[in-house]
Design a protein around this ligand. Structure first.
Ligand SMILES: CC(=O)N[C@H]1[C@@H](OP(=O)(O)OP(=O)(O)OC[C@H]2O[C@@H](n3ccc(=O)[nH]c3=O)[C@H](O)[C@@H]2O)O[C@H](CO)[C@@H](O)[C@@H]1O
Ligand SMILES: C=C(OP(=O)(O)O)C(=O)O
Length: 517
């Protein structure tokens, strides 16, 4: 593997320097406290620097760089972006472990606000989406501390949250901040949240959240740049909530609202998806009784006060496992993906089997949460043919909506013509047209339907990442298969949801070099 030699040049923007300091500190496994003592300053000063709230002199930047023994921070002109150079047409081999999921991590970070005891999230992924939410938590006075091996995050909330100080820039970079509504309605009569951001997938409503949370006394008005929330006491006794959409985050928001509302809440049309199951198991460990975990009817017995020291191990990410299966297929490699959460991949694997994929499953074992079923999946080089029927997602237990984009790459690898129907997002399918730049034959029939004709002779290209996580990973995976050297620019979007993807693929034989501009 080639190493990058040039450290990134950065603007003197406090926010970009703050991010670099934070990343370098975490890479060295230091807490904010430890870095502060190396620099003879206070932890709150480091917090300010990392939050981008401190203008730094060049001398101070150099002192931090020395303390972190990191060449990463070199002031210069221009902005910074993370990019990847991919020498393609490589075979992968060996085995790779599935990391914990982004989507459970963000729900659990929000749920930690319910707990007045200490929450430890074990195995939480080091991804940008987590970093943004941790920044938001830090800004409202929550203490967050990474363990020295960087795997666990300890979270302790203060008695009173400083919501006026919320880091709006960090909050606006993620959609997940909408999951603050459920916990916060228990503690504050009035608060505001910045409008949610995230990938560009088309309009995503929060109406189902507002409809559900009204039953818990939350009223929200959308004003310039912010949702303004007011709360009234919700009606006593039992309540039944019928969700208008079987969405993951709306189910999670409803669960967090129900968890601390005394009485019994029945949630119908709930999502039984993987991140919701993680949240249910976590809430159960906090003493909240939940019936029906893994089904579309959840019955929650709320508790007025939650104060429990808890350690929860986040389960493995089915979407990452699917990405790695796709990496094996597109590079025609034999690869073992360990710790794959099989319950959430069964339909994907059944379709791949129909398409001619040769794979085997090991024996089942449990994830660290004691609940999620895992297997090791070994993928063999195979000649795929197009699936006879259209490929479309459904809420769990259907083919996962976030796994659908990978079927565009798989279909492009297969012989024949495949129809892919993404009824969910207005703007996600369109990003998959970018695969054409790498030699694929993808035609957009309308914003939701694609025809993919394979097989593809992938060719290399210099491209900017599409502004959507899964399509950007699809481009990266196709680049692994392309002859010649490709460049993928602006990969922040991939780092939102994948930890060290380039390094981990390199360990399997890929040749990916990160560089910064
Ligand atoms: C942090 C997190 O967990 N994010 C996941 C979650 O986002 P999240 O739960 O926020 O997804 P949304 O609520 O935005 O739903 C996604 C889209 O599906 C539509 N919709 C959803 C359910 C339904 O029964 N009918 C319907 O039409 C919504 O209107 C929206 O356009 O679920 C999405 C859909 O699985 C995933 O892509 C996201 O990765
Ligand atoms: C769409 C996704 O996530 P989010 O809800 O965080 O935008 C995703 O994970 O592909």
């Amino acid at each position: 593997m080639t190493q990058t030699t040039n450290p990134p040049s950065v603007t003197t923007s406090p926010a970009s320097i703050g991010r670099l300091v934070r990343d370098a500190r975490k890479q060295r496994g230091l807490t904010q406290h430890e870095l502060a003592s190396l620099l003879n300053t206070s932890q709150s000063a480091i917090h300010r620097i990392e939050s981008g709230n401190q203008n730094l002199s060049l001398e101070m930047i150099n002192r931090i760089a020395n303390a972190l023994e990191s060449p990463l921070i070199t002031p210069g002109a221009g902005g910074t972006s993370t990019n990847l150079r991919i020498a393609g047409n490589t075979r992968l081999e060996g085995s790779i472990e599935t990391r914990s999921s982004k989507n459970a991590a963000v729900a659990l970070l929000c749920a930690s606000l319910l707990n007045r005891g200490r929450t430890v999230l074990r195995g939480i992924a080091h991804i940008e989406e987590v970093n943004r939410l941790v920044e938001v938590l830090d800004s409202i006075g929550v203490r967050t501390m990474w363990s020295s091996d960087g795997r666990d995050l300890t979270i302790e909330r203060p008695d009173v949250l400083d919501l006026d100080n919320m880091n709006a820039d960090a909050a606006r970079r993620t959609r997940s901040v909408i999951m603050f509504f459920g916990p916060l309605l228990h503690f504050n009569d009035e608060f505001r949240l910045p409008y949610a951001g995230g990938c560009q997938l088309g309009a995503r409503t929060i109406q189902p959240h507002l409809q559900s949370l009204r039953s818990f006394g939350l009223n929200v008005q959308a004003t310039e740049g912010y949702y303004r929330a007011t709360t009234t006491k919700s009606a006593e006794g039992a309540r039944t909530i019928v969700l208008t959409e079987r969405g993951d985050t709306v189910t999670e928001n409803t669960l967090m609202a129900a968890a601390m509302t005394p009485g019994v809440t029945t949630v119908r049309n709930a999502s039984p998806n993987y991140m919701v199951q993680d949240l249910c198991v976590f809430l159960t460990m906090l003493g909240v009784e939940i019936e029906g975990i893994g089904t579309t009817t959840l019955i929650v017995h709320g508790r007025e006060h939650i104060e429990t020291d808890v350690t929860y191990t986040i389960s493995e990410d089915p979407i990452e496992a699917m990405s790695l299966i796709t990496a094996a297929v597109v590079t025609n490699s034999e690869l073992t993906i360990t710790r794959a959460p099989i319950e959430f991949l069964e339909i994907e694997l059944a379709i791949l089997q129909e398409m001619g994929l040769d794979f085997s499953l090991g024996h089942e074992y449990r994830s660290g949460n004691g609940f999620t079923r895992l297997v090791d999946i070994t993928v063999e080089p195979s000649m795929l043919h197009a699936h006879a029927d259209k490929i479309h997602p459904m809420p769990f237990p259907g083919l996962n909506i976030d796994n659908l984009p990978f079927f565009a790459v798989l279909a492009a690898t297969a012989q024949g013509q495949t129809l892919i129907h993404d009824w969910v997002y207005e703007n996600r399918a369109i990003h998959l047209l970018e695969l054409n730049k790498l030699g694929a034959n993808v035609q957009l029939l309308d914003p939701h339907r694609l025809i993919v004709v394979g097989p593809t002779r992938w060719r290399s290209r210099d491209m900017v990442s599409p502004p959507a996580l899964r399509p950007a990973v699809c481009i990266l995976l196709a680049m692994l298969a392309a002859r010649g050297t490709s460049v993928l620019r602006d990969t922040y979007v991939i780092n939102r949801g994948y930890e060290d993807l380039a390094t981990r693929l390199n360990r399997l034989g890929a040749d990916i070099t990160p560089f910064y501009e």
